[in-house]
Ligand binder design. Structure first.
Ligand code: SAM
Length: 230
């Protein structure tokens, strides 16, 4: 999968050289390219923002550098129609199902907004080049799209076959079947007067599976009842 990220702070993404995604990049499973939006400006100050029409606080990202960036990246990749994601607090909420859906794509472009956001016409223009998705990390406001983009890249990236060594570990995770994951324990079996539940030491696989299922349901009921009513 190819992922192009456009940002005015490309060094945010340096951390994606680490761990499983770093390995996926090295092996070529994930072709992640991070670009500086200012490379598509044409003035001496490499300006990417301007005052909002109609007045109001803050600055808005200018359309032209975005159009130049999107034109170049869509032309260059050769993928039929890329998926173009704009992180936005006003978008659909990013969920595990969104990650699963996006993990199937050949080419994703992520455009990270800053300031008060991006000139609205950029989204319309982008829709002529690919499938546009405005995606929110949650119901709060960040300073920019970079942290949201990193979260999405990690959640999508770990679903690409070959990124996580044991694919079974993906199946048992929170949100994979609409429930939260069961509690996990490791050695020692007794620690600071707290014991690991007996069933996990029993070797009885059916009993363990049933206990884990009950724990998943109980946790989801108490911590995230909204998941059960979805
Ligand atoms: N004025 C915008 C609004 O009220 O919807 C918020 C702009 S925010 C300060 C700047 C940028 O941060 C946005 O363009 C978006 O890229 C990113 N951002 C902020 N909150 C986000 C969230 N919850 N999910 C995804 N991206 C977010």
């Amino acid at each position: 999968m190819r992922v192009d990220v456009i940002s005015i702070f490309p060094s945010y993404f340096d951390g994606l050289a680490l761990s499983l995604l770093g390995k996926a990049r090295e092996s070529g499973i994930l072709d992640l390219r991070v670009h500086d939006l200012r490379d598509w400006t044409s003035d001496r100050h490499r300006t990417v923002d301007d005052t909002p029409y109609g007045g109001g606080a803050g600055m808005v990202m200018k359309p032209e550098p975005w159009a130049q960036a999107l034109d170049e990246l869509t032309r260059e990749s050769g993928a039929a129609r890329p998926t173009i994601i704009f992180p936005s607090p006003a978008g659909e909420v990013f969920r595990q199902a969104t990650a699963r859906d996006l993990a199937e794509r050949e080419h994703i472009i992520i455009g990270c907004g800053r300031y008060e956001g991006i000139d609205e016409r950029v989204f319309e223009y982008a829709a002529t080049l690919g499938e546009v998705r405005l995606v929110s990390l949650g119901d709060y406001v960040l300073n920019g799209g970079e942290v949201a983009a990193m979260a999405m890249i990690e959640a999508i990236g770990r679903l690409i076959p070959g990124v996580v060594g044991n694919p079974e570990s993906l199946v048992e995770e929170s949100h994979e079947d609409g429930l939260l994951e069961y509690p996990s324990y490791t050695k020692p079996s007794a620690w600071r007067e707290r014991a690991v539940p007996d069933v996990l030491l029993s070797g009885n696989h059916a009993a363990i599976a049933s206990w884990r299922r009950e724990q998943q349901l109980e946790r989801t009921r108490t911590r995230r009842p909204d998941l059960l009513s979805d």
